[in-house]
Design a protein around this ligand. Sequence first.
Ligand SMILES: Cc1ncc(C[n+]2csc(CCOP(=O)(O)OP(=O)(O)O)c2C)c(N)n1
Ligand SMILES: [Mg+2]
Length: 804
Amino acid sequence: MTDGGKINPSARELAILHELEKKVLWLASWTIHHANHLRENVDGVKVGGHQASSASLATIMTALYFHALRPQDRVAVKPHASPIYHAIQYLLDRQTRQKLEDFRGYKGAQSYPSRSKDTDDVDFSTGSVGLGVAQTLFSSLVQDYVRAHGWGLERPEGRMIALVGDAELDEGNIFEAILEGWKQGLRNCWWIIDYNRQSLDAVIREGLWARYEALFQAFGWDVVILKYGSLLQQAFREPGGEGLRQWIDSCPNQLYSALVFQGGAAWRRRLLDEIGDQGDVTRLIEARSDEELARLMTNLAGHDLPSLIEAFGKIDHERPICFICYTIKGFGLPFAGHKDNHAGLMTPAQAESLRAAMNIRPGHEWDKFEGLGIAPAELQQFLERVPFAAGTRRHQAARIEVPADLPVTIQPVMSTQAGFGALLNELGRGTSPTAARIVTTSPDVTVSTNLGAWVNRRGLFAREALADTFRSERIPSTFNWDFSPRGQHIELGIAEMNLFTLLSALGLSHAINGERLIPIGTLYDPFIQRGLDALNYACYQDARFILAATPSGITLAPEGGAHQSIATPLIGLAQDGLAAFEPAFVDELAAILVFAFDYIQRDAEGESSERNWLRDEIGGAVYLRLSTRPIEQIKRAMTPELRQAIVDGAYWQRPPGPNCQVVVAYTGAVVPEAIQAVGLMAEDRRDVGLLAVTSADRLNAGWTAAQRARERGLVHARSHIEKLLMDVPSHCGIVTVIDGHPATLAWLGAVHGHRVRALGVEHFGQTGSIPDLYRHYGIDANAIVAAAAALTPGRPIRHLKALP
Ligand SMILES: Cc1ncc(C[n+]2csc(CCOP(=O)(O)OP(=O)(O)O)c2C)c(N)n1
Ligand SMILES: [Mg+2]
């Protein structure tokens, strides 16, 4: 049986679908028109890009949502088709009239479908073109992962569907995803290309469809080209029809678009000019009025419900499919086909003529069944039985029990990256629920980010088992590279965009598959920027994952500037939905990881905690910025207070005395320099304090939130950093130091008005040893001492010159 919907709906069902198609186009157009012309528009900003672009998908989305889709299917809708999506949800009683009226306004339906901000069950957010498309592919892989592990088998398998703008395919991340999909045996994924041959600026290149066809086929996809609607197909069967077909096939995109815009009389002139034969072809043309001719010539399959329904219904396999659907941008609207129509808006007069054509009485624009030729009761009954709308779509998944502590043997000298590997190795050894739900992934840097030991224990994931030939041939190798459906590591090719899109899919599994995963992705810290938009996208969708980025900063000194990261701490600070940590010691990392396992599972609505003013109950994703630099570890007991302070973002490694003149605040791998500098200053500056900052991000967020709370009248609100710095005398200076951009910690001075000198890295590194580079960029002990000397009055600090 096919599950793409019945191929042949009854004539009555088809008639209803035709009415809904009209209604969807009307509601979407009115929503946009309303936002532009009718709602008070204080800033004068007009809606761009929605009207023509939405019309292009009205028929395809009608065929899908009201007929072909099932509740288990998940869809990424092309960004500018948002009004169509919201209109469909409105008809299905899942969207309110108020939100349509407020489209693009405060708390209204979102301009681009948003999983986190819209209330009408958006499956995947879109907006930054290309990302939602790739998201469907990775969501299919995650569905396979979940099922291969024996979870969620009681639920039917869904299809992951993307409605793709043709110009979206210019985005490279889509091609990275296609290649990865092929490697991973992609199934159950449909990409429906809205082939309107227009982008934002222009009409697209001729013959792109042929490149797409070859490309998708090369990666194992089925390609279905939907070009002619049923009216055109009938006309081709008439005498002279073949001549018409040949003319259409060789007509340049630009000309076709221009004729669509000009209408019936222009079609007639052009066709008669070019293929008129005083015989069959001429008769075929002349048998139609201008209006009929325009209707015929714009009857592309993407606007033809019977063709679409048949094509979707016919699919009886699970291989990935690319449908190339010919459409007309702005179909059914006055500027259909015009190359400048991307931001085209209907004038009030045009809206009135559309209203007349749709039989909508003034004052009844939002009525669901206004102007339709079928009785409301019958339409309502149909809508109530729409398969897509039956059943739960957004799932819940129970919390996975997480350990209270992570035992690990800490070597006397160890890097945080090695500590991360050791912690996962320990987890991999056990049988805890956490270990069972962890899924790791990495873009070809599994071994070099220390995931090797974990992968050796838990294996690689593939739907088909594949043994490691080196192992079966008994060739010694440190790593066991066996693939199986039970494996818990997804090895990706080198594409950070894919890493983040996969993390986004894994991190939404609880809601999409009803099965919670604990995703951990590793990559080199500098390459976060390579996939940054996808990371931002994952966070915007509220996906939950742990990111271990290592190595970081110029600590990877001999590798040179191309492998060093400067800006990532600021990304950690600024990225919404991502709690960033940069531990210096392995025991701190263990405490943070315990927190992270829980934090990524939280989803309570709630007020900020009065302890740290962070929105901790809401949860989010976690970013760990780690390092390969071996650091002498401190032997200490992990008390509950210390654990809490590490998670809150900072603690005193050496508390400042009452007469403190200098505080050194450090983050991460520069801890030896900070400790050394404090030791050197001890004789010449009183009561020097050493502040360990484990999360500039959380400290900063808590501080901002506490200030806001005070401004709203909660006078007692105090953030963690305010409490920590409370007793530091006002004459004291703070030297901050990080292997990353100095702005990350520079704000610490503003908390209580202390003078600050912020040390860090601002320029591309070069090759060298760590001491070379730390000296060069002024983040070594000498530089810290010099900064402290300049910042605080007192006698010259004696060791300053003595340092190498
Ligand atoms: C990453 C990114 N770059 C640029 C844009 C701006 N933009 C929005 S839509 C669009 C063109 C879309 O053309 P197409 O995908 O063919 O959709 P159509 O409007 O034709 O349906 C562009 C450039 C964006 N949204 N995202
Ligand atoms: Mg287009």
